[in-house]
Write a new protein. Sequence first.
Length: 267
Amino acid sequence: MAAKAGSVRVDDDVLTICAISLLAAMLANVVHEGLGHGATALLTGTQSGMLTTVAWSSDFDSRVVAAGGTLANLAAGVVFWVVLRSATRAAVRLRFFLLASLAFNLFTGTGYFLFSGVTNFGDWAVVIAGLQAHWLWRSLLAVVGIAAYYGAVLVVGTGLVRYVGVARNDARRLWKLTLIPYVSATLLVCAGGLLNPLGIQLMWQSALPGTAGADSGLVWLQYYIPRGTIPERASDRIGRSYGWIAVAVALSLVFVFVLGRGINLHR
């Protein structure tokens, strides 16, 4: 007897999902702090600075450097979206990595507008500091942030169904492929933040809001996947991969104990 669509249980491997999620989260973090802030500062004025998992610190600051982290994440999100759409024949583990990278970059990028608009703290608070009608700029950031974040949720949810191959009505699998990345990323970035030399307060002010807050869309995006969205190919199981796991463990140790403590970069 033929099974109904979406009724076949697919058991994805938890360790592999976690490993892929950690790699995607680390990449998004380095894009934000390293490429967006650090590289921009080195290219536009500073001679050296310290890069950690929670911040870039140097004697040079500007609106361009402050905006660079968000803009780098948004640009990376566009790249991952384009690659994911063209990777329909790739292995499911690679497609899930592209999807997770898309999610972490888009949620960090769009979430920062809302965060800075509401709290008057963070990168975009620096960007609008000193501008006339400051309350108007904060309100604009909040409105743009809400709209952009909702758009990111739609994009990620659509990608999870259409390109990773998870049925829209498979609530159990959707939960597994969104909650595990959310928890994994939050714990990893907070672990790295605990060791940063710039002050423990940055973990509460930056690391935790930047993951638990910004990535919260993963927890509820399944309820906003557009109706009629269907997989472009049959859903594959994310099987155990010791290669992905080994790479994730090795890089996580570097991320927490090396980058977490800070790396000095020079022009």
